[in-house]
Design a protein around this ligand. Structure first.
Ligand code: PMP
Length: 467
């Protein structure tokens, strides 16, 4: 025998980027480009405040708070401490059949107190998608208990995002989530989402446009048969479909239609909840009185996964009655009311309260929106700048008037996004509007807002110069 064989792995096999390409199945990713390396593996290794750092030490402002969820910013050791303490005390227990735990109880009361609106019961899950699955099942159960089992159809809106499960992905109004999966389910119908700048008739006011969309909703309910329509799912501000704040009068008009036909309203506040719009909830901002609400993201700022379906008193009474007639409400997850996730959420809400982050989203948000309008409002490549609170989008156009869009194959929004990243700013490429989206942590300062706008403007200039 000569010397021992060298059993250490070749260096490249220890390279996380190589293992990533070989073994990780990434969501929303071009698998072939990723496997070939054309789409690089982007490994983030650290986060502090509004910054994240990749493994090459490149430090970037996260202008999108992860996936618009890290509302309190990165590196909050007090959340880590709360998680550690809870894990050491009680790492897990289930919530079936009346079992409970202290942090989940405290958090339920806290959520109900923050929302108001006679919404007092909280069902926990782990993702925005599962909260909408739960909401849809509650809707179906509700109508059955009231003797209307034929009320099953769910209306959502084109452009909307409600998740990527079988039902929540059906509710999502974006074709990519449907075609190749054989979705949407037949129960789901989509109507227009409001996008005044893009879709209004020439000279049509926001109010008139809102009325027209409410009429479209009413016509859809009537043609489907109101006795078959169970609920309307909608985001107060359309998120990934383009960051579309609701136009004036929209919710007033829509809620009148829903009430007229006994159609429940599910407000998907997964993005808009917990201060993102400068109000605690989008429902507060727009005068929405939901029957059910979906929450996730900002509830725990993404420190641990947690979601909630919040039930109004009106719906709750029917659920209670249902169990009087039929026994337990048979729906739930192993990790419903996970105590460690709830402890993270409580520490997160403490930070939001103590640091006035909802007010900051309103005030610094207004400043940020103004800076964006100043930087981009008259830019020849920009169609519209819009947003509310710390939620904003800039759409690119080839020509402003008459309006002409870029060929989507030129990927202008994506190119600006890539250039901004090189310059130290993460924004979200929004291919559906050929634009870029912003949703920074709610801790944003004015100086940081200036930095974001400066980098975004310089990235836009750089791409504009190539055209
Ligand atoms: N609803 C909305 C409005 C969302 O933006 C999202 C996620 N982006 C979801 C639901 C689904 O949440 P999750 O990815 O946690 O399932």
């Amino acid at each position: 025998m000569t010397g021992a064989r060298d059993l250490s792995l070749p260096r490249e096999i220890n390279d996380p980027a190589v293992i990533d390409r070989a073994h990780m199945f990434h969501p929303g990713t071009h698998l072939a480009d990723f496997a070939s390396g054309e789409l690089p593996s982007q490994i983030i290794t650290g986060g502090e405040g509004i910054y994240v750092t990749d493994r090459d030490g490149h430090r970037m402002i996260d202008g999108f708070a992860g996936l618009w969820c890290v509302n309190v910013g990165y590196g909050r050791t007090e959340i880590a401490d709360a998680v550690h303490a809870q894990m050491a005390k009680l790492s897990y227990y289930h919530a079936y059949n009346g079992n409970s735990n202290e942090p989940a109880i405290e958090l339920a009361g806290r959520i109900a107190g923050m929302i108001g609106l006679d919404m007092n019961h909280v069902f926990y899950g782990l993702s925005g998608s599962d909260s909408n699955e739960t909401n849809a099942k509650i809707v179906w159960y509700y109508h059955r208990i009231l003797g209307k089992p034929e009320k099953r159809k769910l209306i959502a809106r084109q452009r909307s995002y409600h998740g990527s499960g079988v039902l929540s992905g059906s509710l999502t109004g974006q074709p990519g989530f449907h075609g190749l999966f054989g979705l949407p389910l037949p129960e789901v119908i989509h109507v227009s989402a409001p996008h005044h700048w893009l879709d209004a008739h020439p000279g049509e006011t926001e109010r008139a446009y809102s009325r027209r969309l409410a009429q479209e909703l009413e016509a859809t309910i009537l043609s489907e048969g109101p006795e078959t329509v169970a609920a309307f799912f909608a985001e107060p501000v359309v998120g990934s479909g383009g960051i579309l704040p609701s136009p004036e009068g929209y919710w007033e008009e829509v809620q009148q239609v829903l009430r007229r036909y006994d159609v429940l309203l599910v407000a998907d506040e997964v993005v808009t909840g917990f201060g993102r719009t400068g109000a605690a909830f989008g429902s507060h901002l727009y005068g929405i009185r939901p029957d059910l609400m979906a929450l996730a993201k900002g509830l725990s700022s993404g420190y641990l996964p947690l979601s909630a379906s919040v039930v109004s008193d009106r719906v709750w009474q029917v659920l209670e009655e249902g169990t009087r007639q039929n026994g337990p409400f048979i729906h739930g997850w192993t990790y419903s009311a996970h105590p460690v996730c709830a402890a993270a959420a409580l520490a997160n809400l403490d930070i939001i309260d103590r640091e006035g982050l909802i007010e900051n989203a309103r005030d610094t948000g207004a400043y940020f929106q103004q800076c964006l309008r100043e930087a981009f409002g008259n830019h020849p490549m920009v169609g519209e700048v819009r947003g509310v609170g710390l939620l904003a989008a800039v759409d690119f156009v080839e020509q402003r008037s008459p309006r002409q869009f870029f060929d989507p194959a030129r990927r202008i929004g994506a190119q600006v996004t890539e250039t901004a990243r090189r310059k130290g700013l993460i924004v979200r490429s929004m291919p559906r509007i050929d634009g870029i989206g912003f949703a920074p942590p709610l801790t944003l300062t004015r100086a940081e807002a200036d930095q974001i706008v400066d980098i975004a403007r310089s990235a836009t200039q750089e791409i504009a110069a190539t055209l």
